[in-house]
Write a protein that binds this ligand. Sequence first.
Ligand code: ACO
Length: 319
Amino acid sequence: MTYSRISGTGSYLPERILTNDELERMVDTSDEWIRTRTGIVERHIAADNEMASDLALNASRSALAAAGIQAAEIDLIILATTTPDVIFPSTACILQDKLGVGGCPAFDVQAVCSGFVYALATADMFVRGGRCRNALVVGAEIYSRILDWSDRSTCVLFGDGAGAVVLTQSDQAGILSTHLHADGSHRETLAVPANIAGGKLRGTPFVMMEGNAVFKFAIQVLEEAVEEALAENDLRASDIDWLIPHQANIRIIQSTAKKLGIPMEKVVVTLDKHGNTSAASIPLALDIAVRDGRIKPGQHVLLEGVGGGFTWGSALIRW
Ligand code: ACO
């Protein structure tokens, strides 16, 4: 039987750190409000000349080094982003060029904060189906460019960053299952409702969110997503060694963990350091927990996320 395994992880956060204290001077907010309502303490902001593909390049180089392979050995690139460098070509193609390789398929996935889970599930199909040996799967975002910095209800929540994994063919099970879902009837609850036509911007090019509605929906579907993954693999919540949720809000994470009976000691939380980085948040948290030695061979790691669309899903991994 052919499986896919994560053979290397990497991540990258831009140099500039924006603290809650600085935000206090920009909008009517407080460090206390942001910490208690979201769990976020600071976030990173890309430099003017940095693009999502640059963040992706740094994370990818680190993942390739961890996997012990050269960029030329990659035969598929899938990049999840909501903040592409340009309308086209895809940020995956730009990344491919920056990595100095060519020829393999490269494409973007747009599933907002669930983007990495969508990209990983897609790459897993390619690898398990024997169509590629080493897939590079990346989440990279520059949300600072689609935030209205005068809107306190959104600008305190997001940050920039990238995370990447190399998915390699193996005869040992790594990715045990993936599940993806979407419900487009909620498309207006969380959106950047803009496009361009005739060289002009139409609509509002900033994140618009009904925070409470997103919150309630997230709690409901994340619990269902975890239960779906456990049922498919005949596992119980107590069999999960590490839950790696989308890093959006500590209260969503705590509530999901509590409902499932998973103690917070088994939940990887990194959002205090980088805020909600959308498609980058799960691979960022994963990389941090792999590098600090928390995640060990043989352990069960469950990734889950929800985002605009709405989209949501999970990936259950034996490390
Ligand atoms: N600082 C101070 N006060 C604020 C701020 C702020 N930054 N933002 C809002 N407030 C105020 C509101 O105006 C409101 O004031 P009022 O009571 O006088 O009207 C009060 O705080 C409470 O506002 P709520 O919106 O009810 O606050 P809530 O506790 O729901 O927290 C939050 C808001 C953090 C946005 C929460 O709803 C949330 O996390 N939602 C989910 C976001 C999410 O998970 N997104 C994931 C997907 S993201 C993606 O896919 C791109």
